[in-house]
Design a protein around this ligand. Sequence first.
Ligand SMILES: Cc1cc2nc3c(=O)[nH]c(=O)nc-3n(C[C@H](O)[C@H](O)[C@H](O)COP(=O)(O)O)c2cc1C
Length: 181
Amino acid sequence: MLSTNFAGIELKNPAVLASGIWGVNAELLMRAAKAGAGAVTIKSIGPRERDGHANPTVIAWEHGLLNAVGLPSSGYKEMEEEWKLLEKSPVPVIASIYGANVSEFEEVAKAVAFHKPAMIEVNISCPNSEKHGQLFGCNAEASTEVISTVKKEINIASRFYSFRREPYLDVERPELRARFL
Ligand SMILES: Cc1cc2nc3c(=O)[nH]c(=O)nc-3n(C[C@H](O)[C@H](O)[C@H](O)COP(=O)(O)O)c2cc1C
């Protein structure tokens, strides 16, 4: 009864585990799938190993959680074992990718698309990528460049893509913002 079609992907229900919340490895993603998630999203994958920020990275406050984990990643090259487990997933697996510049996004998109996840979420909104590159999500031209480059890689693999946009996308340049959206 709850089954739905999300951007071309059949989901048994619309509850999708968001990137990084819990599924920081394939075993945990599969636990979420077995526990009933309609789809699961992999923790954002970067071009190389990255530690992220030092703890504390998550704090609970009165109205929820605040986090600045800093995009820790083993890097896409270290994920072969994870992909083997994820191939057996009973629900669609969504990948999430980040990079510090357009060519890093392209490199990661290409490597990840090879494994044919149901969808690739392009994380251009995480403020933590700013310090080691550019905060793409705030700049319409940069966002457009990343998306059009990554789209080519993902289309080659006939995959769907989505992008995680930044609420502050070029607020002072509405014409560019409108063109991007
Ligand atoms: C500990 C933690 C780690 C996260 N890691 C990622 C990540 O790697 N990539 C990403 O795109 N979002 C990441 N997020 C953001 C979540 O995917 C989600 O967008 C955010 O928590 C807002 O959704 P919520 O209000 O349902 O919690 C993370 C969030 C938390 C709390």
